[in-house]
Structures are given as C-alpha cells and as structure tokens.
Design a protein around this ligand. Structure first.
Ligand code: MN
Length: 207
C-alpha cells in the first residue's frame, strides 16, 4: 500500500518579525510554532489513530474521531491560508485591492470602505474563538462574508475561502491583550491583496 502523507507545518512566507508592529515577532512566533503546530500534531495523531485501527481491523469511535479531525485539519488549513494572505506593511501588505478583485468587492459590497466595515464587524463579532473569512460562491458568483466558529463550525462546504483573519485570542493577546478591535484595525495594514486577488481569480476560474 502506498504511504499516505501527513500534515506538516508550512514555513511562514516572511520573517517572523516582518509584520511588526502590527503583529510582533514574539506573537507571530508563538502563534506559528505553538498553536499552528498543535493543529498539525492533532490532525496527524487522528490520522495515525485511524490508520492503526484500520490496519488492525479494530473499531474506533468514528463520530468522535471525525469531529476532532475536522477541528484540527480546519485549524491547520486556516492558519496556512492566514499566513499567506498577509505581507509586511508597504512591502505587499496593506493598501487597497486592485483589478478584478476590486471590481468584485465594489459590485458585491458597494465600495471597498463598506467591505472593510462589514469585514471588521464580522471579525469583531465572532463569539469566542473563530475567524472572519471572505469567501466566493461559484453558484452565484458572489463574494460572501462568513464567521467561522472555532475552526470548523459555520463553514459552507463549497465556498472557496479567499481571505481569513484569525480572531482567536491566541492570535493577538501578546500585542493587544483583550482588544480584538485594535488587532482587526492593524490587520488592514498587512493584508496581501495580491494573494487574495490570486485566490479570487482561481476561484472564478474553477466555478
Ligand atoms: Mn490561530
């Protein structure tokens, strides 16, 4: 039987201190090497547990395992996307979207300012731990905002996720303590619009 792959922690696409002062080196290092790594480990532990049971033809609690796998794999994937949709301020990060993405934002939200306001409300309004996500629905050719609870609740299966913002407290407490709003404001200075536009183009192509 072919060897199946496990998850592995992707390297950050920039130096850990490159997003400062918006996200400090200490905060980003902790987030990447401890929290993101924990989801990699959690997902792999589940994959290995299921593989072992299958090999021994033994039973495992399918419902519990799949629920836990969804949480960890979701955490793994969302963090990988999160690192990619940021870039150092002024060096690919911040500013405004361009091209087709800019047009789509205007068509769907009325203006970039209005989009920013709604995305901010999406992020600040997440109850407890979760994410704000900008998504694309191929069925309607629309951009839609989503609040993802934890890493996996409220996910609409076919939506392509274009941009995410982690609003778990572990994403900002070293820099902003409990002030999530301040962190969300800072995020706009480090959004990598080119990366988001690329994902949008791929999503439209694949609808
Ligand atoms: Mn996180």
């Amino acid at each position: 039987m072919a060897e199946l792959k496990l998850y592995s922690l992707p390297p950050l696409p920039y130096a850990a201190g490159a997003l400062a002062p918006h996200i400090s080196e200490a905060q980003l290092t902790l987030h990447h090497t401890k929290h993101h790594q924990a989801y990699v480990n959690g997902a792999n532990a589940l994959l290995e547990k299921m593989a072992k049971a299958r090999k021994e033809n033994a039973d495992f609690d399918v419902k519990a395992a799949l629920k836990e796998l969804s949480f960890h794999a979701g955490g793994y994937l969302l963090h990988a996307l999160f690192w990619e949709n940021m870039a150092p301020a002024g060096k690919g990060g911040g500013g405004v979207p361009k091209g087709e993405l800019a047009k789509a934002i205007e068509a769907n939200f009325g203006s970039f300012e209005r989009f920013k306001k709604e995305f901010t409300a999406t992020a600040t309004g997440v109850e407890g731990s979760g994410w704000a996500a900008l998504c694309y629905c191929g069925r309607t050719d629309r951009l839609l905002l989503v609040q993802i609870e934890k890493h996996n609740v409220n996910v609409i299966p076919a939506f392509r996720v274009l941009m995410v913002l982690d609003v778990w407290e572990h994403a900002y407490y070293l820099d902003y303590k409990n002030d999530r709003g301040k962190f969300v404001d800072a995020f706009w200075s480090i959004v990598n619009w080119e990366a988001v536009a690329h994902r949008y183009a791929e999503a439209v192509k694949g609808r």
